[in-house]
Design a protein. Structure first.
Length: 342
C-alpha cells in the first residue's frame, strides 16, 4: 500500500478537466488498495462529501468564467500546500492538475524543495513543455518538424509568412483554451485579446490542414498511436470533452511504417524536453506526409474521454494498471522514503 495525495482542481481554466481526471485516478488507485487523499490546490483536503460533489466524470462544454477563476486564485494554497499533513506525509503526490500551476513547474518545484516524491516530469521539463515557444524550438533541435510560428507582437511580414488561416493561442495554457483559428487579418486583434485573457504571452502558428494523431508515452515506451477526427476544424475544448464531438481511433488505421515513425518522434520529443514517467505527444500530418509536432503534454488528461488512457488501452494497459505503473515509476525514481510497501 502507498499513501498517495492526488492534487487536483486548482484555479486554471482546466479546473473541471482536472476534477474529471481525478475522479478516475482516485477510484483506480483505491481499487488497487492504496490509501488516497484528494487535495484541491485551491481549497485544501477534500472530504468524501466534497469528492462526491466535485469529482465527476463529465466536463462542462465551456471552461469556468474569469470571475470564478479569480475567486479561486485568491484562495490558492501555493507554498502552504506542502505543509498539509496529507501531502507532507504522503509516500507520493500524484498530480492531476492542468495549466501553468500544475504543468508549468510550480507545483513540481514546491515538492522538490519539500523533498516529497511525485509522479510526472520535474520542474524543468514541465516548464519547457508548458512554454510552447521554447518547446517548438527544442522539437526542431531534436529533428522533429513543427509548424512555423511567431510570437506576439508580430509584424505584417511575419504574419504573411505564416499564411491564413492562422492559429492564435496563449502560450502557457492547455486544452485549446483561448485559442482561435482566424480566417483574415481583421480577426487577429480580437483573437489576441481573447488569448491574453488567459496568458500575457501569445503565439501565432501556421494552421496545418490534415490528419491529427497522438501518441502516449509511459516510462520509455511509446504506446499506441491514435487518430483524432473532430467535428470542428480543430480538436478544441468542446470536441475534447463532449462525448460524440470527435472520433478517436486507437490504434490508428495507418501503415506500420508511419506508426513507427510517430512513436519514434514522440519518444524523441519526450526525451528532448526532459520529460519523465508519462506524457502525450500530439501531431498533424501535413499534405506532404511529414508529421508536424503540435505540442507535448506533461500531465495529459485522464478523464473518461482522454487520449492517454485510450493509447494505453490499445497497447494492452487498462486504466488502473496505467495509474499504478505511473506510481511505480515515480517511486522507483525517487525512492520509497522508507515507508512504502509494494
Amino acid at each position: 500500500m502507498t499513501r498517495i495525495a492526488v492534487v487536483t482542481g486548482g484555479s486554471t481554466p482546466e479546473r473541471d478537466v482536472a476534477f474529471a481526471g481525478a475522479a478516475q485516478v482516485v477510484a483506480a488507485l483505491r481499487a488497487r488498495g492504496h490509501e488516497v487523499t484528494t487535495i484541491d490546490s485551491a481549497s485544501g483536503e477534500m472530504s468524501r462529501t466534497a469528492e462526491a460533489r466535485y469529482l465527476v466524470s463529465s466536463v462542462p462544454t465551456r471552461p469556468p468564467s474569469h470571475e470564478a477563476l479569480r475567486v479561486l486564485a485568491a484562495s490558492e494554497l501555493r507554498a502552504a500546500l506542502v505543509t498539509l499533513p496529507a501531502v507532507r506525509d504522503a509516500d507520493l503526490v500524484f498530480p492531476v492538475l492542468h495549466g501553468r500551476q500544475g504543468e508549468g513547474g510550480e507545483l513540481q518545484s514546491l515538492l522538490e524543495l519539500a523533498g516529497i516524491p511525485y509522479a510526472g516530469s520535474g520542474p524543468l521539463g514541465s516548464a519547457i513543455a508548458m512554454d510552447k515557444d521554447i518547446a517548438k524550438r527544442l522539437f526542431r533541435a531534436a529533428g522533429v518538424a513543427t509548424a512555423d510560428w511567431a510570437m506576439w507582437p508580430a509584424g505584417p511580414t511575419e504574419l504573411a509568412g505564416l499564411g491564413l488561416p492562422l492559429i492564435v493561442k496563449p502560450v502557457n495554457v492547455g486544452s485549446t483554451v483561448g485559442l482561435t483559428v482566424v480566417q483574415s487579418l481583421d480577426e487577429i486583434e480580437d483573437a489576441v485579446a481573447l488569448a491574453q485573457g488567459y496568458d500575457a504571452a501569445v503565439m501565432f502558428e501556421a494552421f496545418v490542414p490534415g490528419r491529427e494523431f497522438t501518441v502516449g508515452v509511459l516510462g520509455e515506451r511509446a504506446l499506441a498511436v491514435g487518430e483524432i477526427i473532430p467535428q470542428h476544424d480543430i480538436f478544441d475544448y468542446e470536441c475534447k470533452y463532449t462525448p460524440g464531438m470527435a472520433r478517436e481511433i486507437f490504434p490508428a488505421d495507418i501503415p506500420p511504417k508511419l506508426t513507427t515513425r510517430l512513436q519514434d518522434q514522440a519518444l524523441a520529443v519526450h526525451r528532448a524536453l526532459k520529460l519523465r514517467d508519462f506524457s502525450r505527444i500530439d501531431f498533424r500530418i501535413a499534405e506532404d506526409g511529414v508529421p508536424l509536432c503540435l505540442e507535448a503534454n506533461t500531465l495529459p488528461g485522464l478523464t473518461g474521454t482522454s487520449l492517454l488512457p485510450q493509447s494505453a488501452a490499445a497497447a494492452g494497459i487498462d486504466f488502473a494498471t496505467l495509474c499504478d505503473t505511473i506510481r511505480k515509476l515515480a517511486l522507483a525514481r525517487r525512492g520509497s522514503r522508507n515507508k512504502v510497501r509494494s
